[in-house]
Structure formats: structure tokens, C-alpha cells
Design a protein around this ligand. Structure first.
Ligand code: MLT
Length: 330
């Protein structure tokens, strides 16, 4: 009788008792706010990681740079004090040069092309970034093209761009691309951008439509030009040492969760991009479309490629990566 009561009590505890702590807790940081597709991707990862590991993995999400700037957190993931992150590729590139190949100006023509290329390149990218940066990409989020916003004037041609104080992420690819257009861009960490725009330290910046909406740039910026030079890509990354500490079945489940979360985030981002265009117009922003002299922008920016090879893992790797992307889109 006593044994039956004991078994019953154990069964009740299993059903109703406090949830057992997960075996692995992943603290995931990102720099966007909770309306942004980055956050939706993080939430999906949390849900799937728990589901696929039967609760052995718990993901705690820290949005809006709460754990530090994107660059600081990449460093923290490398050393293991933070376990995962979804930063812009531009801010990962300084730590894992080969990832910079995805930032080469005018590499992708459409989001659909980028999705196929990014997924095809993932295994080879991981071979490199695990060694270079101690980080692993579970998947690569994509948020459409980075668009140029500014508070001063409509930018319809390269001539209109001249003299504007434009912020770019602090990496050689963005800097050299803007230089090829005759500008002296201002490299700055993402966390400081809104205040710098507000205070007039900057006239403009470049990021996707969804970021212009969720970061409330419509309050301080007027004109949008679709400069199409770079698609926003950002890995859902995890520290390699932490990843390898998990048993193989958990690793596999976490990798699957990350890859699927990113696919979900891309879909949400596409929906939000269209909604953001309508929203930003309603807020009084002027959407110019592409520059009237876009071929000139393309031609100038493409001349940077040979100069950039050394900073993106070398010419051979850049050519391999371009080949994989082209092949995936045949
Ligand atoms: C940047 O411009 O630094 C990034 O694109 C911001 C972001 O992570 O969304």
C-alpha cells in the first residue's frame, strides 16, 4: 500500500511538480527591438530548441543590445560568456573574415537568390568561421536590401549623395563601397546610431526597411533610396566551444532548430518589409526607389572587389563562394 502511495506521489510530481531545469541554457543576444524580424527569429529558435530537445535546452533572449553592442557580444560568444547571437553580418566580419564574402557589394540580386546561396554555402562557411572566429552559424537570416535613409535631401543620383554624413557599420567593405561612391562614410557601432542621427552628428544611415520602421527612423529621417548594394544578412550564431560541449543528439537538434528558425524569420521579414514601406510612407517618408543612375553605383562599387578579397578570406575563397552561390541558383 505504502509502495503504491509512493509511486502515485512520484507520478504526481512528474505531472504537476516544478519543471526540471534544462541541461543547457543558451543566452541569446541581438541588437534589434522586439518588433523586428530578428526577435521573431530568436523566439522561434527558443520554441524549436525546446521542442526538438524535449526541454533539455532553454534559450533566454536579450534584445536591444542589453548584453552589449553587437561587436562586444560576438567577442563574448567567442569566449563563452554569452552562448548565441543574431548580429548583422557586417558586425561579425571583423571576427570571422570569411563571412565578409556575403557583404561584397552587389553580390545578390534578390532575396530568393540569397536564400539559396546562403543555405548552399553554410557548410563551407562553417568550416572557416569556426576556425577563424570560434563561432558557428546555425543559419543565416536575411532581411532584404539595406536602403539608404537621410534627413537632408532626395538622393536620386550619385551627385546627390556627395557631402552627406552617412553612417556605415565599422567594416572595410561598407567603408570602401561608400568611398567608391565619392563619400567619406562614418563608421559607427549600431547602438549609437539613433542618437547620432537625432543630434545631427549624422545625416543618414543604411539598413533594411524593417529596421527603419522598428527603430523609428521615420521620426528623424525623411528620404529613402533603394541602393540595393547589400542584402542584410545576419547569422544565428553559437559559440563553437559551447556547441561542442553538448552531446551529439542535442547538437543536432539545436542546429535543426536554428536552421528552421532562420527560414521562418526570412518569411516574416519579407511580410514585414512590404508592410514597412506602406507604414513609412504614411509617416511622411519619401521613398525614391532605385537611383536614376544605378549602373554608375554598381560599376563603382564593383571595382572594390579585388581590393576587398584580402579582408574576406582571400581571392580563392571569394571565388569559391561566388561559384557556390551561382550554382545554387542555376
Ligand atoms: C548595423 O547597421 O550595424 C546592423 O545592420 C544593425 C542590425 O543589427 O540590425
Amino acid at each position: 500500500m505504502r509502495l503504491r502511495a509512493l509511486i502515485g506521489a512520484v507520478a504526481m510530481l512528474a505531472l504537476c511538480g516544478p519543471a526540471l531545469a534544462a541541461d543547457f541554457t543558451i543566452r541569446l543576444s541581438h541588437g534589434d527591438n522586439e518588433a523586428n524580424p530578428t526577435h521573431l527569429t530568436a523566439l522561434k529558435f527558443k520554441e524549436l530548441a525546446k521542442q526538438y530537445t524535449n526541454g533539455r535546452v532553454d534559450v533566454l533572449i536579450f534584445p536591444s543590445n542589453q548584453l552589449g553592442s553587437e561587436e562586444e557580444v560576438v567577442q563574448a560568444v567567442r569566449t563563452g560568456t554569452v552562448q548565441a547571437q543574431i548580429p548583422a553580418m557586417a558586425n561579425v566580419h571583423p571576427f570571422a573574415p570569411s563571412a565578409g564574402v556575403l557583404l561584397l557589394p552587389y553580390l545578390f540580386n534578390t532575396s530568393a537568390e540569397a536564400h539559396k546561396g546562403l543555405d548552399a554555402l553554410l557548410p563551407q562557411l562553417n568550416e572557416r568561421v569556426t576556425k577563424e572566429g570560434g563561432i558557428r552559424f546555425l543559419g543565416i537570416l536575411e532581411k532584404d536590401f539595406r536602403i539608404l535613409t537621410n534627413s537632408k535631401r532626395p538622393v536620386k543620383t550619385l551627385a546627390d549623395l556627395q557631402g552627406l554624413k552617412i553612417r556605415v557599420p565599422p567594416n572595410q567593405i561598407s567603408i570602401k563601397t561608400f568611398k567608391s561612391w565619392g563619400l567619406d562614410p562614418i563608421p559607427m557601432g549600431w547602438a549609437e546610431v539613433f542618437t547620432a542621427l537625432q543630434q545631427g552628428v549624422l545625416d543618414g544611415q543604411e539598413n533594411p526597411y524593417t529596421t527603419a520602421q522598428t527603430s523609428k527612423f521615420y521620426e528623424i529621417q525623411k528620404y529613402i533610396t533603394e541602393i540595393h548594394y547589400q542584402i542584410w544578412t545576419g547569422p544565428l550564431l553559437i559559440g563553437e566551444r559551447f556547441f561542442q560541449r553538448m552531446p551529439p543528439d542535442v547538437r543536432e537538434a539545436v542546429a535543426k532548430a536554428g536552421f528552421e528558425a532562420v527560414a521562418y524569420g526570412r518569411q516574416e521579414s519579407a511580410k514585414q518589409t512590404e508592410a514597412a514601406k506602406v507604414f513609412l510612407r504614411e509617416k511622411g517618408m519619401i521613398l525614391q526607389g532605385a537611383p536614376e543612375d544605378e549602373p554608375k553605383w554598381q560599376e563603382a562599387a564593383r571595382t572594390t572587389w579585388p581590393d576587398l578579397y584580402a579582408s574576406v578570406g582571400g581571392e580563392a575563397w571569394a571565388k569559391t563562394a561566388v561559384g557556390v552561390i551561382e550554382q545554387a541558383n542555376k
